[in-house]
Structures are given as structure tokens and as C-alpha cells.
Design a protein around this ligand. Structure first.
Ligand SMILES: [Zn+2]
Length: 298
């Protein structure tokens, strides 16, 4: 079994050939050129697929809200204009006659961790990814919990501050406007007047013992933890997998593990918190897993 998997993000398309054991035999990355729009993008994806031979299945992890049955984008923001409505599965299968599975990128990453990464052996867990926003996925008995319109798991838009900051969703006070990496960077810029700062630079300062930075990071971690506390009380998960570049920082994961139990009720304290282990390969591996499960012929 050779699966061609593509993880289509806002800035780059990750491409991998994956075997049935979840081993990545080859991989590469090309720019998305998101601003050129959805139609140009799907044609770029079709071109990429055409470069590979002897492919049994195709798995696509895509940014935006996905209908996994139809394999199409049901909603995407204007980061990729015209991406909403693109029928990824139909376009690929019509051209190449290869069975194709399509999934939202956060869900695909969670499935990657479930079958090949940090959550192996856990049938039911939550996955959160911290970056520009906060993405979420719920895995229940090895499958994505999808909700009514395939849109469950938008943890970034839990409201944690009544009347709080404006969010890209149109609401106010959403979790991701306080707990995303973007929010941490914004606070460091505003409070310390630092320009040209990013997550890596912030942790360089923190690891050198900068107290002002540490205070801001610790306050931000309180925001991160409060969202997790609500999710733990709702889902009672045995495991939470935290992804996104910032969660690879030892200081962050240690702080969360140490402080989180102080805020949950006694019978919820058993929850384990781990870092995602597949990095930016999680999406292609999760998409490959779904493709392997898809019917062999179209
Ligand atoms: Zn929101």
C-alpha cells in the first residue's frame, strides 16, 4: 500500500508517500500561494498528484471546514479566497481514478497522533493545537466526533471572557484570542514594546531568566489552563494532546502539568497531558490513515 498524502495549509502544502505502517517514505513541501485562490490551488494539487506513480490511495488534510463524505470544503476564511465549495475528492477521483479521503487539518493531525504518534493506545482523547488560533479535535473510540454539521471541536471559540477581545469568528472573548501563540506574542509586544518578536524569541528570553517575559508567559499559561479545565469537565478525557510549535517548550508542558490539577475537580485529576509527537507530519499521517480505510476502488 502506497498512499500519497497532502496537507494543504495556508502557507505550504506538505506532501508525503506513506506505507501501511505509517512510515514516511519520501516527503517534500511547496508553497500554497493561498492568495491566488481556491481554483488555482486545486489545480496545483492536481498537478502535484500527477507527478507520482504507483499510488494506491490519496489522503488530503485541508485547512477549512470539510465535509468528509463529499470531500469538499464547506467553509474557509478569506485566507484562501474561493476555497469554500471546492470539491477536492471529486476533482481528484475524476482525474486520477484513485480513491481519495479528505479531512480537516486539525482532525487529520489528531488522527495522525492517534494511530502513529503521542496518543497510540488511547481510543478517546482531545487534541488542541496552539498557533495563530487554537484548533481542536475530539477523538472518540478511534474516530473523529463530528457533531451535527461536521463542525464539532472548535475549542478556540469557547468564550472565556464575557465582552472580551474581538475574535476572527465575529464573537468576543473567545479562548483563542487569549490562549493562542498569537495572543502571547501580541501581549509581549504591547507590554514590553518589543517588535519583531515570535514564540522562539520569547522562549530564548525566558530561558535566559527574563522576569518580565516570564510574568507574561505565566499569565498566558493561566489562560491556556482555564480553557483546558472547562474541556476536562465536559469530556472527562483520559488524555489531552497539545500540539503547535509553542507546546514543544518544556517550560510550557511542565507548567501545565503542575498547575492544571489545582483547577479540576478531584475525580478529573487523572487526565494525562502530553505533547504531540509528530510535529508537522501529523496531518499527512492522519490523512494517510483515512485513505487506507477508504474503499479501494472509486
Ligand atoms: Zn471566536
Amino acid at each position: 500500500m502506497r498512499v500519497l498524502a497532502l496537507d494543504i495549509g495556508g502557507t505550504s502544502i506538505k506532501i508525503g508517500i506513506i506505507n501501511k505502517h505509517g512510515e514516511i517514505l519520501e516527503s517534500s513541501e511547496v508553497p500554497t500561494f493561498a492568495k491566488e485562490g481556491g481554483e488555482v490551488l486545486i489545480n496545483r494539487v492536481l498537478d502535484i498528484i500527477g507527478r507520482y506513480d504507483n499510488i494506491d490511495r490519496i489522503g488530503i488534510s485541508a485547512t477549512g471546514q470539510v465535509d468528509p463524505i463529499e470531500g469538499k470544503i464547506i467553509f474557509a476564511t478569506d485566507n484562501i479566497p474561493g476555497w469554500t465549495g471546492i470539491e477536492i475528492k471529486r476533482r481528484i477521483e475524476e482525474k486520477y481514478k484513485i480513491s481519495t479521503a479528505v479531512e480537516n487539518d486539525v482532525n487529520a493531525a489528531a488522527l495522525g497522533e492517534a494511530y502513529f504518534g503521542a496518543a497510540i493506545g488511547n481510543e478517546s482523547f482531545l487534541c488542541l493545537t496552539y498557533g495563530t488560533g487554537v484548533g481542536g479535535a475530539i477523538i472518540e473510540k478511534g474516530e473523529i466526533y463530528r457533531g451535527n454539521l461536521n463542525s464539532a471541536g472548535e475549542f478556540g471559540h469557547i468564550i472565556t471572557h464575557v465582552g472580551g477581545r474581538d475574535c476572527t469568528c465575529g464573537g468576543k472573548g473567545c479562548y483563542e484570542t487569549y490562549a493562542s501563540t498569537t495572543s502571547l506574542v501580541r501581549q509581549v509586544k504591547e507590554k514590553l514594546g518589543m517588535e519583531d518578536v515570535n514564540g522562539r524569541i520569547i522562549f530564548d528570553y525566558l530561558n535566559k531568566g527574563n522576569h518580565d517575559i516570564k510574568n507574561i508567559v505565566d499569565k498566558w499559561l493561566q489562560e491556556v489552563i482555564m480553557g483546558l479545565v472547562s474541556l476536562i469537565h465536559i469530556f472527562n478525557p483520559s488524555l489531552i494532546v497539545l500540539g503547535g510549535g509553542i507546546m514543544s517548550q518544556t517550560y510550557i508542558i511542565d507548567y501545565i502539568r503542575e498547575n492544571l490539577p489545582n483547577y479540576v475537580m478531584p475525580n478529573y485529576k487523572e487526565v494525562k497531558v502530553v505533547q504531540a509527537s509528530l510535529g508537522n507530519n501529523a496531518g499527512i499521517l492522519g490523512a494517510a490513515h483515512l485513505a487506507m480505510k477508504a474503499k479501494p476502488r472509486i
